[in-house]
Ligand binder design. Sequence first.
Ligand code: FES
Length: 213
Amino acid sequence: MVGAAVAGTADYADTDDEPRMVATVHATLMVIALVIYLISLALRLSAPTGDRTVVIALSIMAYLIVAGAAWVGGEVVYGFGNMVNRHAWRFGNKSSWTKLDVTDIPENTPTAAKAGAQSLVVVRQGSTVYAMHSVCAHAGGPLADGKIVDGCIECPWHYSRFELTTGYRKQGPTTFDQPYYDVRAAADGAGWEVRRVIPGQAEPQTGGQQVSA
Ligand code: FES
């Protein structure tokens, strides 16, 4: 438990918002379980031949708390993708063109946009528009609040940089690329539409395209 706590504390230092709240519950439950286990151990050592009902009951209680805390910790990793990749659970090998909810994108400024249920950040440089998911793969930072540096979007939380043209990570601490999207002028001539680029997909695609709208 102490070993896990060291690793968990390192992750916790870089965890924010809702995952941090759930991680706090996880850590608190684990500490409570540890204390109960230690009490059980101390009672066993102090009276090795006495009635064992209480110490066994304490051990069972601690075990149940550990099981519950493990479930909560699993939610942090497998639910939020915390310290894994915020987009680790983004499966599927198909993506269709979806219209953006913006019709005006200021020049060279990260701008929040929606494509259906997906939250994106879009950047226009001249007539070229780039789009990637707005939730930073590292720990969920809001890329739409970031800034453009050397052809990348820089996350405002821990300063990871993702290349505008590909979503590729150019600077850590992230070790993951950002989901990115093809962009084209909307079929109805107003605004743009996007399609997620699926890694490894046979059809070659690029993250940004020259478009007019
Ligand atoms: S959330 Fe950490 S770099 Fe974006």
